[in-house]
Design a protein around this ligand. Structure first.
Ligand code: AMP
Ligand code: MG
Length: 309
């Protein structure tokens, strides 16, 4: 191994023993396990309390190993060269002789793959001979983790080890695009849809009630367990009010995702603020109008799911 980084060594040791490890990525922290080992993958489902019908995303360092598991096509290669490593997940056709555990895909003929951007996780991936299945490191339907502390809050002593990679840079899950045929967006995420459209010269769109969805996209997701009302101009006194622009007067129930409508910054702060509001035991969340474009589309999607009753 080229690196002497002790966190990587420790992670490799555990992953080889079919244990789960918390890993930082640019989107959110992942709960990683050897994607070739059914024993390891079943531990991920158990720890997350995730339904087995919801398949996992598999993380690779680059396309060298991916070729063993999937068929690559031109559309994929174009997007890969432009945006990877980065916050985009591809649905590809799986090779029948691939070693990916059947529990990863829930027996599907397709595989979700991603190339995460975090330096430590890339070093980790470079030094193992198997890809990592890694859903977000939170209990199913709970708030996605953006720091090591969040992961520990989710799993406590049930998780053997979490690599500390600081706060995640994008803070929202990856954008999922199905490239097995005509490209389809299955989930909006950290990569702006407009950027994808521009590069493919397409007009892909997405709305909350999209017909094509990733199988596990339950309406209730990313949920702080508190009712959320969107597009509120005047908040109630007792609610937690989420804002993206600075107000003249500040109340202690105001929670800023950004003070100058910077949607990248808003995305980075979304899950941290939802967790903070939950900790403070607010009974209602109200949200200022957030424009439905770019990362605003993703932020609104997550808030709608979190508010679904
Ligand atoms: P998470 O890792 O928790 O952010 O969730 C991963 C998402 O990827 C879920 O919504 C899955 O349904 C989706 N996904 C994983 N594998 C596939 C696949 N083969 N086809 C479509 N969606 C998938
Ligand atoms: Mg998740």
């Amino acid at each position: 191994m080229k690196t002497n980084n002790s966190s990587i060594k420790k992670s490799i040791h555990l992953l080889k023993k079919n244990e789960c490890v918390g890993i930082p990525t640019e989107t959110v922290y992942g709960l990683a396990a050897n994607a070739y080992s059914s024993k390891a993958i079943l531990k991920v489902f158990k720890l997350k309390r995730r339904p087995r019908t919801n398949p996992l995303i598999v993380h690779y360092h680059d396309i060298k190993f991916l070729k063993n598991d999937c068929y690559l096509n031109n559309r994929f290669m174009k997007l890969y060269k432009l945006f990877c490593p980065g916050p985009i997940t591809f649905i590809l056709k799986k090779k029948p002789n691939s070693n990916i555990s059947k529990f990863v895909t829930n027996n599907k003929k397709t595989l979700a793959v991603r190339f995460p951007k975090h330096r430590t996780t890339r070093l980790l991936l470079k030094n193992i001979s198997f890809p990592l299945a890694a859903p977000s490191a939170n209990v199913s339907t709970s708030i996605s983790p953006v720091t090591k502390k969040d992961v520990l809050e989710e799993f406590g002593s049930k998780i053997k080890y979490v690599i500390d990679g600081g706060k995640t840079k994008v803070g929202l899950e990856s954008t999922i695009i199905d490239v097995t045929g005509r490209p389809k967006i299955l989930r909006v995420g950290g990569l702006d849809l407009r950027t994808i459209n521009k590069s493919l010269k397409l007009n892909l769109n997405y709305n909350f009630k999209n017909k094509y969805k990733a199988p596990g996209q339950s309406k209730l997701h990313y949920s702080p367990g508190i009712p959320i009302i969107l597009n509120v101009k005047k908040p109630k006194k007792f609610s937690a009010y989420i804002l993206i622009s600075k107000r003249r007067y500040n109340n202690k129930n105001y929670f800023y995702l950004t003070k100058n409508r910077n949607l990248n910054e808003a995305g980075q702060n979304l899950y941290k603020i939802l967790r903070n509001i939950k900790r403070k035991k607010y009974k209602l969340i109200e949200v200022e109008n957030i424009p439905n474009q770019g990362l605003g589309l993703t932020i609104n999607d997550r808030l709608k799911r979190a508010s679904y009753k």
